[in-house]
Design a protein. Structure first.
Length: 492
């Protein structure tokens, strides 16, 4: 085949709409799941009032979802490789949509918490296989970079969209509808996915049905996430935290031993021979731990210091989402093809760290335009660069039969890192606020001081992820100039 024939083939492939339409379907399904993580936050006061939650019990509306989501990711990713990723995606979507209706219909605390747990299971099962499906649909490096950029935008901007939509729905209708809106979206997405997504058979349950390993890792991850989210209430040195954390650690160690001796392991340890896969997961955990608290603590700062209403909080985060969109959809792919994923990742991480440093050193009495707008934009740009590049590095060495599992591992790392970071930053922020109030500071100043301290710790964690990226990751080959121009023409 001549060079002209190859270029003609590539151009013909780019004009085929089916896989890009499939990507849109996957992104809509994933956006619904991601948005649900934050859309509940702005409705919590209304839920507490209507169902009579105490402050401590109210946290379980969020924690039940996080525990189930983090616990089932690895198992769901492997099931996608075994029985087919399309099938697992549709099952997860059905469970999530059904659970959303149950959440909206909830009339008591136990019903809502149980429905939220089921929602987490559905979200976990559905989202665990998406990256593996993207890898299969886009084998060509330039297209894959663009696809990962779009997916990363959906994943990153979902938090902002959740705050905005949650505030709008909670203020204009009722908290029940933040769950009911998932019904038409879920049904439409499932119907389109069943019709348009390419079916895959999987490698068969006989090639990896490690039931013991599945039970060990699922229980271990659920206990680990439970320990992390409850550490804010019990303290890191408490018997509760150390006890449950120790049990989770023992179960995880037993799982690793099981994978080393099992004939068909759930998680083949050979995956971690890939330096980029192993390094990317460590970096993802550190980076998410540093920046995930930005949305949770940032919304509290805007609410309690600047006295923003829920809808105003969502609008305040809009520049962050727009900046992510501008970089993730197209621009990040061209930069990755031109300079390589590792270089783009490092540049994005630096911008994220700078944004958190600016928040940490801003005045205690903040103003949105003066103190928030630039960090919002920098964080959005940095995330729009960093997440697509890191995803490409993590998935680069995954084989077709293991791509679902690699996707599940990366998603698990993201969730556990996010939960750990939020627990650590929230605890440190609360402790700092208590110290400042004990020293005689006013309540508003003490709250602001706690949030600023959390920004500083978050910046430190992101800086640590920069060092890890520079040391652990290997550079990926970049496109030659002619290929880069071709990609740019395609994006245009």
């Amino acid at each position: 085949m001549t060079v002209l024939d190859a270029l003609a083939t590539r151009r013909q492939q780019r004009t085929t709409p089916s896989k890009w339409l499939s990507l849109v379907i996957l992104c809509v399904g994933f956006l619904m799941i991601v948005v649900d993580v934050t859309i509940v936050n702005v409705a919590l006061p209304s839920i507490r009032r209507d169902l009579g939650f105490s402050q401590a019990d109210l946290a379980w509306v969020v924690n039940a979802y996080l525990i189930a989501f983090g616990g089932f990711l690895l198992l769901a990713g492997r099931l996608g490789d075994l029985v087919g990723r399309k099938r697992v995606f549709l099952i997860g979507l059905a469970v999530f949509t059904t659970a959303s209706v149950l959440c909206g219909l909830s009339f008591s605390q136990p019903v809502l918490i149980a429905a939220r747990f089921l929602q987490g299971v559905g979200g976990s099962v559905s989202s665990a296989v998406i990256l593996g499906m993207v890898v299969s649909m886009f084998p060509e490096p330039g297209e894959r970079a663009r696809a990962f950029g779009i997916f990363a935008f959906v994943a990153s901007a979902g938090a902002s969209i959740g705050l905005l939509s949650g505030g709008l729905i909670a203020q204009t209708v009722s908290w029940h509808w933040i769950f009911f809106v998932n019904l038409p979206i879920g049904v439409a997405t499932a119907l389109l996915a069943a019709r348009l997504l390419e079916a895959d058979r999987g490698i068969g349950l006989g090639e990896g049905a490690d039931v013991i390993g599945a039970v060990l890792v699922t229980v271990a991850l659920m206990l680990a996430v439970y320990t992390i989210v409850e550490s804010a209430s019990f303290g890191w040195g408490s018997l509760h935290t150390l006890g449950f954390g120790g049990v989770a650690g023992l179960l995880l160690a037993a799982f690793i031993w099981r994978q080393a001796v099992a004939r068909n392991p759930l998680l083949p340890l050979r995956l971690f021979r890939s330096r980029n896969l192993s390094g990317a997961n460590v970096i993802q955990a550190s980076m998410m731990a540093g920046m995930f608290g930005f949305f949770f603590l940032g919304s509290l700062d805007l609410q309690r210091i600047l006295h923003y209403e829920p809808l105003a909080i969502g609008l305040a985060f809009l520049p962050n989402a727009l900046a992510m969109a501008a970089l993730s959809v197209g621009a990040s792919a061209r930069l990755i093809m031109r300079f390589g994923a590792r270089s783009v990742l490092l540049g994005g991480q630096v911008l994220i760290a700078v944004s958190l440093v600016l928040l940490a050193i801003s005045p205690m009495s903040t103003q949105y335009v003066r103190d928030w707008l630039v960090p919002m934009l920098l964080l959005g740009i940095g995330a729009g660069l960093a997440f697509p590049a890191l995803t490409i590095l993590a998935m680069a060495d995954a084989t077709p039969s293991d791509s679902g599992l690699a996707s599940g591992v990366l998603n698990t790392t993201t969730q556990v890192g996010s939960a750990l970071g939020l627990a650590v930053l929230a605890t440190l922020s609360t402790n700092r606020t208590t110290q400042l109030m004990a020293a005689g500071n006013r309540a508003v100043s003490a709250l602001s001081g706690g949030y600023h301290f959390a920004w500083a710790i978050g910046a430190g964690l992101v800086i640590a992820s920069i060092v890890l990226a520079a040391v652990l990751l290997r550079s990926q080959p970049v496109a030659d100039p002619e290929s880069a121009v071709t990609e740019e023409e395609a994006c245009a």
